[in-house]
Design a protein around this ligand. Structure first.
Ligand code: FAD
Length: 467
């Protein structure tokens, strides 16, 4: 008889050569790993299996830095197996190729079948590559979260004369700067179809500051420009532009976004949402109540108006994973929608944003009031590491609640944006923030009198009163 059952927690049950787990998670990056840890915290007695394709898991947000300060893809790894082992969970490095919803099981490329009581899909996203002629040429890359592939990209950058990056969002600018750090002698250009770099995240004055920082590093920006095609022999040599000209490029890197990886979900007949992600409800449950989805593969709605959102961020993936992992056996956590919180460093300046830009707010029909404040982030200003920090806050006039914030300057802005995100999440008003109790210290923050977050809110209160 090959069927036995052991009720010891975390021991898989072997039944007719099928492994049965209480919880199976597909995907081992930001969302999958966080969902697994959360499920373990909330359901300590359950046996949990995580299946992921790759042996080594890249830190996705660290990928731009493998070209520069981190040095190599091998140094940019999540210690995933240690985390899973420490939390008493099983791992399989394998690819799920099918889900049998009736039998509640998944089949893998290695021919294994795993039965589940609850399944969490965290299959992530793949980079977007538009159907531009010549994009299949050698040395045209998109950033895949795959260590061996990334090693090839780094090698190509190491040898290149002219690098062209397509897309001037966060990924594009970070890769450009890090490639400049590695290759002071190479020509580096970024082609962007919008008018400004980082335009989807910042108001114009912040975009201009970012552009100035990039140009100072001899990174050429081709804005309001589109790529028409890639030319050359077997390998790329030139990028043809829609405006008529062409630039030399022996390496091209796309950084224009990602599309949800829903192949397995689609095969299983799960509903797919309007933005192409796996449709989920506010509990991260799919159209099958035993299957949850989280991270880049899951459909998203905006926190502000509930409409579909294309945002894909690790911070969103882990938030959703904490909801999915906690809800698998009893739904209690609710996803209020995505705010969108970003931060990066360009030159030695932090650029961070949360929620809506002024243009996005106006497009959604909000009447907005802005408050801004800039001061040095230490007191007195001669303290070590003192640097200017600017905060801009955007309030919706009718309810006076915070709907967006942008920060630039001192690197401490990277943490301040998280406080701004919490204020948006709690729908705080300008008055709430103006009377916010802040902890301040000469060596750590601005003076309590000049605290930028509070003073930006005060400026907005003044403007609201003037109306
Ligand atoms: C260059 C770059 C920089 C970024 N920087 C930031 C940043 O600074 N901040 C930020 O918030 N976000 C950033 N992001 C976005 C962030 O990387 C993603 O939002 C995040 O990786 C999403 O995590 P995920 O777990 O949902 O998906 P993914 O990271 O895509 O992981 C998907 C997982 O599913 C597995 N998988 C897929 N299909 C199967 C299958 N059939 N069987 C088994 N396993 C499967 C994969 O092997 C992988 O383990 C960046 C992205 C890139 C590309």
């Amino acid at each position: 008889m090959n069927s036995y059952e052991i009720d010891k927690p975390n021991t898989p049950v072997l039944k007719e050569k099928k492994m049965r787990y209480d919880v199976v998670i597909v995907g081992g990056s930001a969302a999958g790993l966080t969902a697994a840890i959360t499920a373990r915290r909330h359901y300590p007695g359950k046996n949990i299996l995580l299946i992921r394709k790759e042996k080594k898991v890249s830190i996705p947000c660290g990928i731009p830095y493998v070209f520069g300060v981190v040095g190599s893809p091998e140094k940019n790894l999540i210690p995933a197996d240690d985390v899973l082992k420490k939390n008493n969970m099983d791992t399989a490095v394998d690819e799920v190729v099918a889900i049998d919803r009736e039998a509640r099981s998944v089949k893998t490329a290695d021919g294994k079948t795993y039965e589940y009581e609850r399944l969490i899909l965290a299959t992530g996203s793949d980079p977007l590559v538009p159907p531009i002629p010549g994009s299949d040429k050698k040395n045209v890359f998109a950033i895949r979260k795959d260590v061996e592939y990334l090693k090839q990209v780094v090698l190509a950058v190491e040898k290149c004369k002219s690098l062209c990056i397509v897309g001037c969002g966060f990924i594009g600018v970070e890769i450009a700067e890090e490639c400049r750090r590695r290759r002071s002698d190479a020509k580096i250009s970024i082609v962007e179809m919008l008018t400004h770099c980082l335009q989807l995240v910042y108001d114009e004055e912040f975009c201009l500051k970012a552009e100035e920082t990039l140009r100072k590093q001899n990174i050429s920006l081709m804005l309001d420009e589109k790529v028409k095609g890639f030319e050359g022999g077997e390998a790329v040599e030139k990028v043809r532009l829609a405006s008529g000209g062409a630039i030399d490029a022996d390496v091209v890197i796309f950084g224009i976004g990602a599309k949800a990886n829903v192949a397995v979900a689609r095969q299983a007949g799960l509903e797919i949402g309007p933005s192409g992600g796996i449709q989920v409800n506010r509990y991260m449950q799919t159209s099958d109540k035993s299957i949850f989805a989280c991270g880049d593969c899951a459909e998203k709605v905006s926190f502000f108006d509930g409409k579909p959102s294309m945002l894909k961020l690790a911070s969103i993936a882990t938030m959703e994973a904490r909801i999915a992992g906690a809800n698998i056996f009893s739904t209690n956590r609710v996803n209020l929608g995505v705010i969108g919180v970003y931060s990066t460093v360009l030159g030695d300046q932090a650029f961070a944003a949360a929620g809506l830009t002024k243009a996005q707010a106006e497009e959604k029909g909000y009447d907005v009031v802005v408050g801004a404040s800039e001061s040095v982030n230490r007191h007195p200003g001669c303290m070590p590491e003192a640097a200017p920090l600017k905060v801009k806050l955007l309030f919706e006039t009718a309810r006076q609640i915070l709907i967006g914030g942008q920060v630039t300057g001192a690197k401490s802005g990277g943490e301040l944006i998280n406080a701004i995100s919490a204020c948006i999440h709690q729908r705080m008003t300008a008055d709430d923030i103006a009377t916010f109790q802040t902890g301040t210290h000469p060596a750590l923050t601005a003076s309590p009198i000049a605290y930028q977050l509070v003073n930006a809110a005060e400026e907005a209160v003044r403007e609201l009163k003037a109306r």
